[in-house]
Design a protein around this ligand. Structure first.
Ligand code: MG
Length: 349
Protein backbone atom coordinates (compact mmCIF):
# COMPACT_ATOMS: atom_id res chain seq x y z
CA UNK A 1 0.00 0.00 0.00
CA UNK A 2 1.40 3.39 -0.97
CA UNK A 3 0.90 6.68 0.84
CA UNK A 4 1.48 10.17 -0.50
CA UNK A 5 2.14 12.99 1.95
CA UNK A 6 2.13 16.51 0.63
CA UNK A 7 2.03 20.16 1.61
CA UNK A 8 1.82 23.25 -0.56
CA UNK A 9 5.41 22.98 -1.72
CA UNK A 10 6.27 19.34 -2.05
CA UNK A 11 5.41 15.74 -1.39
CA UNK A 12 6.80 12.38 -0.30
CA UNK A 13 5.81 8.76 -0.89
CA UNK A 14 5.75 5.88 1.56
CA UNK A 15 4.81 2.21 1.61
CA UNK A 16 3.31 -0.26 4.07
CA UNK A 17 4.13 -3.91 3.71
CA UNK A 18 0.75 -5.52 4.17
CA UNK A 19 1.57 -8.39 6.49
CA UNK A 20 -1.11 -11.03 6.29
CA UNK A 21 -3.51 -11.44 3.45
CA UNK A 22 -6.56 -9.35 2.79
CA UNK A 23 -6.21 -6.88 5.66
CA UNK A 24 -5.34 -3.80 3.68
CA UNK A 25 -8.47 -2.18 5.13
CA UNK A 26 -6.95 -2.42 8.62
CA UNK A 27 -3.80 -0.61 7.49
CA UNK A 28 -5.60 2.11 5.61
CA UNK A 29 -8.07 2.71 8.44
CA UNK A 30 -5.19 3.06 10.92
CA UNK A 31 -3.73 5.75 8.70
CA UNK A 32 -7.09 7.43 8.11
CA UNK A 33 -8.53 7.16 11.61
CA UNK A 34 -5.45 7.39 13.83
CA UNK A 35 -2.28 8.70 12.24
CA UNK A 36 -3.75 11.35 9.94
CA UNK A 37 -5.96 13.06 12.54
CA UNK A 38 -3.19 12.85 15.12
CA UNK A 39 -0.57 14.56 13.04
CA UNK A 40 -2.92 16.99 11.29
CA UNK A 41 -5.43 17.94 13.94
CA UNK A 42 -4.47 16.91 17.43
CA UNK A 43 -0.81 17.85 17.28
CA UNK A 44 -0.96 20.11 14.26
CA UNK A 45 2.30 18.90 12.86
CA UNK A 46 3.11 20.84 9.74
CA UNK A 47 6.71 19.98 9.14
CA UNK A 48 8.49 16.76 8.25
CA UNK A 49 11.24 17.80 10.68
CA UNK A 50 9.27 17.50 13.88
CA UNK A 51 7.30 14.27 13.96
CA UNK A 52 9.83 11.61 14.83
CA UNK A 53 9.00 11.53 18.51
CA UNK A 54 5.28 11.51 17.87
CA UNK A 55 5.59 8.37 15.77
CA UNK A 56 7.66 6.70 18.44
CA UNK A 57 4.85 7.28 20.93
CA UNK A 58 2.09 6.25 18.54
CA UNK A 59 4.07 3.11 17.81
CA UNK A 60 4.12 2.17 21.44
CA UNK A 61 0.62 3.13 22.46
CA UNK A 62 -1.12 1.90 19.33
CA UNK A 63 1.42 0.16 17.13
CA UNK A 64 3.07 -2.36 19.39
CA UNK A 65 -0.26 -2.98 21.04
CA UNK A 66 -0.74 -5.22 18.08
CA UNK A 67 -4.10 -4.83 16.43
CA UNK A 68 -3.83 -8.42 15.30
CA UNK A 69 -3.20 -9.81 18.80
CA UNK A 70 -5.95 -7.51 20.09
CA UNK A 71 -8.39 -8.80 17.50
CA UNK A 72 -7.41 -12.40 18.19
CA UNK A 73 -7.95 -11.79 21.93
CA UNK A 74 -11.61 -10.94 21.40
CA UNK A 75 -12.37 -13.91 19.20
CA UNK A 76 -10.32 -16.34 21.29
CA UNK A 77 -12.01 -15.19 24.50
CA UNK A 78 -15.44 -15.60 22.90
CA UNK A 79 -14.46 -19.18 21.98
CA UNK A 80 -13.96 -19.97 25.66
CA UNK A 81 -17.27 -18.33 26.52
CA UNK A 82 -19.00 -20.39 23.86
CA UNK A 83 -17.26 -23.58 24.94
CA UNK A 84 -18.34 -23.07 28.57
CA UNK A 85 -21.95 -22.53 27.49
CA UNK A 86 -21.94 -25.60 25.29
CA UNK A 87 -20.55 -27.68 28.15
CA UNK A 88 -22.98 -25.96 30.57
CA UNK A 89 -20.21 -25.18 33.03
CA UNK A 90 -18.90 -21.93 34.54
CA UNK A 91 -15.83 -20.32 32.97
CA UNK A 92 -13.75 -21.12 36.02
CA UNK A 93 -14.43 -24.84 35.54
CA UNK A 94 -13.13 -24.56 32.02
CA UNK A 95 -10.00 -22.84 33.35
CA UNK A 96 -9.25 -25.73 35.69
CA UNK A 97 -11.64 -25.35 38.62
CA UNK A 98 -11.75 -22.73 41.31
CA UNK A 99 -9.51 -22.72 44.34
CA UNK A 100 -11.25 -19.74 45.94
CA UNK A 101 -14.67 -18.09 45.89
CA UNK A 102 -13.57 -14.44 45.82
CA UNK A 103 -10.85 -12.48 44.07
CA UNK A 104 -8.96 -9.67 45.76
CA UNK A 105 -9.26 -6.44 43.74
CA UNK A 106 -7.85 -2.94 43.98
CA UNK A 107 -9.58 0.31 43.07
CA UNK A 108 -7.95 1.78 39.99
CA UNK A 109 -8.27 5.55 40.00
CA UNK A 110 -8.67 7.94 37.11
CA UNK A 111 -6.37 10.95 37.08
CA UNK A 112 -7.55 13.89 39.18
CA UNK A 113 -6.38 17.40 38.50
CA UNK A 114 -6.94 18.56 42.09
CA UNK A 115 -5.60 16.81 45.17
CA UNK A 116 -8.81 17.70 47.06
CA UNK A 117 -10.87 15.82 44.49
CA UNK A 118 -8.51 12.88 44.74
CA UNK A 119 -8.89 12.79 48.52
CA UNK A 120 -12.69 12.86 48.18
CA UNK A 121 -12.50 9.98 45.71
CA UNK A 122 -10.29 7.98 48.08
CA UNK A 123 -12.78 8.55 50.86
CA UNK A 124 -15.64 7.41 48.62
CA UNK A 125 -13.65 4.35 47.57
CA UNK A 126 -12.66 3.38 51.09
CA UNK A 127 -16.27 3.76 52.23
CA UNK A 128 -17.27 1.47 49.40
CA UNK A 129 -15.03 -1.23 50.87
CA UNK A 130 -11.72 -1.00 49.04
CA UNK A 131 -8.58 -1.25 51.15
CA UNK A 132 -6.16 -1.10 48.21
CA UNK A 133 -6.04 1.64 45.59
CA UNK A 134 -3.87 2.58 42.62
CA UNK A 135 -3.29 6.18 41.62
CA UNK A 136 -2.71 7.51 38.11
CA UNK A 137 -1.64 11.03 38.98
CA UNK A 138 0.84 12.90 36.74
CA UNK A 139 4.39 11.78 37.62
CA UNK A 140 5.39 15.33 38.50
CA UNK A 141 2.76 15.50 41.27
CA UNK A 142 2.52 11.83 42.28
CA UNK A 143 4.73 12.26 45.35
CA UNK A 144 2.61 15.12 46.59
CA UNK A 145 -0.60 13.14 45.91
CA UNK A 146 0.64 10.01 47.69
CA UNK A 147 1.80 12.07 50.66
CA UNK A 148 -1.64 13.70 50.92
CA UNK A 149 -3.46 10.37 50.65
CA UNK A 150 -1.12 8.61 53.06
CA UNK A 151 -1.48 11.32 55.71
CA UNK A 152 -5.24 10.89 55.76
CA UNK A 153 -5.51 7.16 55.13
CA UNK A 154 -2.92 5.31 57.18
CA UNK A 155 -4.26 1.80 56.73
CA UNK A 156 -4.94 1.45 53.02
CA UNK A 157 -2.53 0.00 50.50
CA UNK A 158 -1.44 2.33 47.72
CA UNK A 159 0.16 1.54 44.37
CA UNK A 160 1.19 4.16 41.82
CA UNK A 161 1.01 3.87 38.05
CA UNK A 162 3.30 6.25 36.20
CA UNK A 163 2.71 5.16 32.58
CA UNK A 164 6.34 5.34 31.58
CA UNK A 165 7.66 8.87 32.12
CA UNK A 166 11.21 8.47 33.46
CA UNK A 167 14.72 7.58 32.47
CA UNK A 168 16.69 5.33 34.81
CA UNK A 169 18.12 8.00 37.11
CA UNK A 170 14.79 9.82 37.41
CA UNK A 171 13.08 6.52 38.21
CA UNK A 172 15.65 5.69 40.91
CA UNK A 173 15.22 9.11 42.43
CA UNK A 174 11.43 8.75 42.39
CA UNK A 175 11.57 5.28 44.00
CA UNK A 176 13.84 6.56 46.79
CA UNK A 177 11.51 9.44 47.53
CA UNK A 178 8.22 7.55 47.45
CA UNK A 179 9.49 4.69 49.61
CA UNK A 180 8.68 6.56 52.84
CA UNK A 181 4.95 6.42 52.02
CA UNK A 182 4.95 2.63 51.93
CA UNK A 183 3.59 2.00 48.46
CA UNK A 184 2.92 -1.51 47.21
CA UNK A 185 4.43 -1.03 43.78
CA UNK A 186 5.57 1.50 41.22
CA UNK A 187 4.06 0.63 37.86
CA UNK A 188 5.85 1.31 34.59
CA UNK A 189 8.29 3.94 35.82
CA UNK A 190 10.54 3.76 32.73
CA UNK A 191 10.29 4.89 29.15
CA UNK A 192 10.16 2.79 27.11
CA UNK A 193 8.37 0.33 29.40
CA UNK A 194 10.11 -2.66 27.86
CA UNK A 195 13.67 -1.40 28.33
CA UNK A 196 14.56 -4.61 30.15
CA UNK A 197 18.15 -3.58 30.66
CA UNK A 198 17.20 -0.40 32.52
CA UNK A 199 14.43 -2.23 34.39
CA UNK A 200 16.94 -4.73 35.70
CA UNK A 201 19.17 -1.95 36.97
CA UNK A 202 16.19 -0.29 38.62
CA UNK A 203 14.80 -3.42 40.31
CA UNK A 204 18.23 -4.06 41.85
CA UNK A 205 18.25 -0.76 43.72
CA UNK A 206 14.62 0.28 44.09
CA UNK A 207 13.34 0.16 47.69
CA UNK A 208 9.82 -0.27 46.25
CA UNK A 209 8.62 -3.25 44.18
CA UNK A 210 8.33 -2.59 40.44
CA UNK A 211 5.36 -3.73 38.33
CA UNK A 212 5.09 -3.88 34.53
CA UNK A 213 3.61 -5.89 31.70
CA UNK A 214 0.56 -4.16 30.28
CA UNK A 215 2.65 -3.37 27.21
CA UNK A 216 3.91 -6.90 26.66
CA UNK A 217 2.48 -9.10 23.93
CA UNK A 218 4.78 -12.08 23.61
CA UNK A 219 5.92 -14.86 25.90
CA UNK A 220 9.47 -13.88 25.04
CA UNK A 221 8.73 -10.32 26.24
CA UNK A 222 7.25 -11.59 29.49
CA UNK A 223 10.27 -13.79 30.05
CA UNK A 224 12.57 -10.79 29.60
CA UNK A 225 10.41 -8.85 32.01
CA UNK A 226 10.57 -11.64 34.58
CA UNK A 227 14.34 -11.87 34.11
CA UNK A 228 14.60 -8.14 34.83
CA UNK A 229 13.49 -8.77 38.40
CA UNK A 230 10.11 -7.06 38.49
CA UNK A 231 7.92 -8.03 41.44
CA UNK A 232 4.60 -8.06 39.57
CA UNK A 233 3.73 -8.73 35.95
CA UNK A 234 0.52 -7.33 34.51
CA UNK A 235 -0.70 -9.13 31.41
CA UNK A 236 -3.96 -8.00 29.82
CA UNK A 237 -6.03 -10.84 28.40
CA UNK A 238 -7.67 -8.47 25.89
CA UNK A 239 -4.32 -7.37 24.47
CA UNK A 240 -2.00 -10.37 24.46
CA UNK A 241 -4.06 -12.76 22.34
CA UNK A 242 -6.63 -14.23 24.71
CA UNK A 243 -7.01 -16.85 27.41
CA UNK A 244 -4.60 -19.50 26.09
CA UNK A 245 -1.73 -17.01 25.96
CA UNK A 246 -2.70 -15.66 29.35
CA UNK A 247 -2.52 -19.15 30.87
CA UNK A 248 0.98 -19.56 29.43
CA UNK A 249 2.02 -16.24 30.95
CA UNK A 250 0.71 -17.46 34.32
CA UNK A 251 2.77 -20.64 34.02
CA UNK A 252 5.82 -18.57 33.16
CA UNK A 253 5.28 -16.24 36.14
CA UNK A 254 4.85 -19.26 38.34
CA UNK A 255 8.21 -20.68 37.28
CA UNK A 256 9.85 -17.40 38.36
CA UNK A 257 7.83 -17.12 41.55
CA UNK A 258 6.60 -13.69 40.47
CA UNK A 259 3.16 -12.37 41.37
CA UNK A 260 0.59 -11.53 38.69
CA UNK A 261 -1.64 -8.46 38.96
CA UNK A 262 -3.57 -8.49 35.66
CA UNK A 263 -4.17 -5.24 33.84
CA UNK A 264 -7.46 -4.10 32.41
CA UNK A 265 -8.86 -0.74 31.48
CA UNK A 266 -11.09 -0.44 34.49
CA UNK A 267 -14.00 1.56 33.15
CA UNK A 268 -14.38 -0.06 29.79
CA UNK A 269 -13.01 -3.60 29.82
CA UNK A 270 -15.83 -5.38 31.54
CA UNK A 271 -15.88 -8.50 29.37
CA UNK A 272 -12.17 -9.17 29.75
CA UNK A 273 -12.43 -8.25 33.44
CA UNK A 274 -14.97 -11.04 33.99
CA UNK A 275 -12.72 -13.52 32.19
CA UNK A 276 -9.74 -12.31 34.24
CA UNK A 277 -11.67 -12.68 37.49
CA UNK A 278 -12.72 -16.21 36.54
CA UNK A 279 -9.08 -17.03 35.78
CA UNK A 280 -8.09 -15.53 39.12
CA UNK A 281 -10.48 -17.91 40.92
CA UNK A 282 -8.46 -20.80 39.57
CA UNK A 283 -4.86 -19.66 39.92
CA UNK A 284 -2.69 -18.70 42.85
CA UNK A 285 -0.29 -16.62 40.77
CA UNK A 286 -2.95 -13.92 40.43
CA UNK A 287 -2.75 -11.99 43.66
CA UNK A 288 -4.98 -9.05 42.85
CA UNK A 289 -6.97 -7.69 39.88
CA UNK A 290 -7.43 -4.11 38.68
CA UNK A 291 -11.02 -2.96 39.25
CA UNK A 292 -13.05 0.21 38.59
CA UNK A 293 -13.98 2.45 41.51
CA UNK A 294 -17.19 3.48 39.77
CA UNK A 295 -20.20 1.19 39.54
CA UNK A 296 -20.38 -1.08 36.51
CA UNK A 297 -23.37 -0.62 34.18
CA UNK A 298 -25.83 -3.03 35.82
CA UNK A 299 -28.32 -2.74 33.00
CA UNK A 300 -25.77 -3.95 30.47
CA UNK A 301 -23.84 -6.72 32.23
CA UNK A 302 -24.44 -9.34 34.83
CA UNK A 303 -22.39 -7.69 37.51
CA UNK A 304 -19.69 -9.19 39.65
CA UNK A 305 -20.55 -9.12 43.37
CA UNK A 306 -18.26 -6.75 45.23
CA UNK A 307 -17.75 -6.89 48.97
CA UNK A 308 -14.99 -5.38 51.07
CA UNK A 309 -12.32 -5.41 48.42
CA UNK A 310 -13.21 -8.87 47.10
CA UNK A 311 -15.21 -9.83 44.03
CA UNK A 312 -17.18 -12.88 43.00
CA UNK A 313 -17.52 -12.81 39.20
CA UNK A 314 -20.47 -14.09 37.18
CA UNK A 315 -19.89 -17.54 35.74
CA UNK A 316 -20.06 -16.40 32.11
CA UNK A 317 -20.62 -13.16 30.24
CA UNK A 318 -24.17 -11.91 29.73
CA UNK A 319 -24.76 -8.72 27.80
CA UNK A 320 -28.16 -7.11 27.46
CA UNK A 321 -28.15 -6.59 23.68
CA UNK A 322 -31.35 -4.59 23.71
CA UNK A 323 -29.69 -1.56 25.29
CA UNK A 324 -26.35 -1.73 23.50
CA UNK A 325 -27.12 1.56 21.72
CA UNK A 326 -27.04 3.35 25.03
CA UNK A 327 -23.39 2.35 25.38
CA UNK A 328 -22.34 2.51 21.76
CA UNK A 329 -18.69 3.02 21.01
CA UNK A 330 -17.60 6.62 20.75
CA UNK A 331 -14.91 6.93 18.16
CA UNK A 332 -12.34 9.38 19.42
CA UNK A 333 -8.65 9.73 18.97
CA UNK A 334 -6.50 9.01 21.93
CA UNK A 335 -2.98 7.98 22.59
CA UNK A 336 -2.10 6.70 26.03
CA UNK A 337 -1.60 9.50 28.49
CA UNK A 338 2.13 9.23 28.65
CA UNK A 339 2.99 12.32 30.59
CA UNK A 340 6.22 13.07 28.78
CA UNK A 341 4.40 12.84 25.47
CA UNK A 342 1.82 15.38 26.57
CA UNK A 343 4.48 17.75 27.85
CA UNK A 344 6.59 17.51 24.74
CA UNK A 345 3.72 17.78 22.33
CA UNK A 346 2.43 21.01 23.74
CA UNK A 347 5.07 22.83 21.75
CA UNK A 348 3.69 21.38 18.53
CA UNK A 349 0.16 22.50 19.22
MG1 MG B 1 -0.84 0.70 34.15
Amino acid sequence: MYVKLSDKESYGWGESLIAGSGIIGAYSSIIRELIKPLIEEKYNIRSPFEFEEVFEKIMFSAGNCGIVTGAISAVEMAMWGLKARKMKIPLYELFGGKIKDYVKVYGSFPRFSKIDDLIKAVEFTVNKGFDFIKLHQPPSTTLEAVKAVRERFKEIKIAVDLNSPFDLSEAKNFADKIARYEVEWIEEPLWPPNDYFALEKLTKVSPVPIAAGENEYTLYGFRKLLESGVSYIQPDVAKIGGISKFLKVLDLASSYGVKVAPHDRPDSSIVSLIYTLNLALTRNEIKIVEYPISDLPKDLFNEPTFEKGYVRPPENIEINNSILNKYSYINRIRVLHFSDLNDKLIKYG
